[in-house]
Design a protein around this ligand. Sequence first.
Ligand SMILES: Cc1cc2nc3c(=O)[nH]c(=O)nc-3n(C[C@H](O)[C@H](O)[C@H](O)COP(=O)(O)O)c2cc1C
Length: 404
Amino acid sequence: MADPATATAAHAPLTRVVLGVTGGIAAYKAAELARLFVKAGVAVDVVMTGAATRFVTPMTFQALTGRPVATDLWTSGASNAMDHIEITRGADLVVVAPASADFIARLAHGRADDLLSTLCLARECPLLVAPAMNVQMWSNAATQRNVKRIADDGIAILGPGSGDQACGETGDGRMLEAQEIFDAVVASRVPRVLAGRSVLVTAGPTFEAIDPVRGITNASSGKMGFALARAAAEAGADVTLVAGPTSLPTPAGVDRIDVVSAAEMADAVFARADRCDVFVAVAAVADYRPVQVHAHKVKKRAEPMTLALEPTVDILASVAARPNAPFCVGFAAESQDVVKLGEDKRRRKKVAMLVANRAQDALGADDNQVTILDDSGAHALPRADKLVLARRLIAEIAARLPGR
Ligand SMILES: Cc1cc2nc3c(=O)[nH]c(=O)nc-3n(C[C@H](O)[C@H](O)[C@H](O)COP(=O)(O)O)c2cc1C
């Protein structure tokens, strides 16, 4: 079965990649990257520079990928002495990780003085590079000039990240983690159907305080909303994610605003709703909140306690009712009659598209089964990983956007 990270109807699947490894301390992380591709069912042809073989042996990559590793321009491997051309033919893309300062300089000048630089020059497929170097090397004007030049040539630059470096210094130049590079490579295959669009997403639960230590919340994990934010960013959108309390990491390229209560979430959304093209309300917003929030911890007593609740503001319906409302997408988690109750909610809130799911299946799970409801009826999607579903839903939203 295909890996959920790469499997989706909404983007071109990866079948074979060329992984270039150059000489830097981060070369060891390329082994993990190779493993992630293999795990996702992607064939990996590793090409190493001479310097890279000083850091990690070709045998490591050969064992991980189950394929020969090419290191020399003058020794033919799988092909007829034309490795410098043949290796990239039919490959989906070349990713160089780590990319040394020296290798980036060679790319910038169109050099072809070893196998990896030659095949990068001779390739027909996209090239992505993940720089990895000391902070001073990275910030040096020569490196910055070279990076700009290769970016202008259409080469995608992944990172670098910032933080502690192997040399003991701290700053920009750290290679992204293998998982981040893998995710960026997968994202590069997603059609940019939301390029130039602004998307606002809410995710997670809300927490309505009773006193300083207690409150009312729900079982939403935020996974579906975070997956949608990630999928929208992959599709080229400018994404803002308003997140209730959750410890999930922020998807790459997404602007995140953390909130706690329904009122805070409403404020964050209302301040941005006029500036977005699409509003996707995935958060499980509390319907009611305590009328009174106690300033101090409520003490236990023998007699029963009654908590007075008042309704919270309806964020989705309020945004949908605006004069120049964005394209609104709601989510409905119901424990029974999912499609009927979802359609009732869609009509009541006057939204173009609503995604209905069974609360028992959806909340906290890694996968889900949903039904899209719109003016043309109910469209059930097959059960899938939430990221796969999110990419499909983004494609469905893009297809329904006015002025496409
Ligand atoms: C111990 C050591 C660590 C190095 N780490 C890096 C590094 O992280 N990034 C980098 O750009 N160069 C680094 N270098 C320098 C490169 O290995 C050197 O520029 C080499 O020529 C790169 O060759 P390549 O681009 O063909 O792989 C390091 C060198 C040594 C000796």
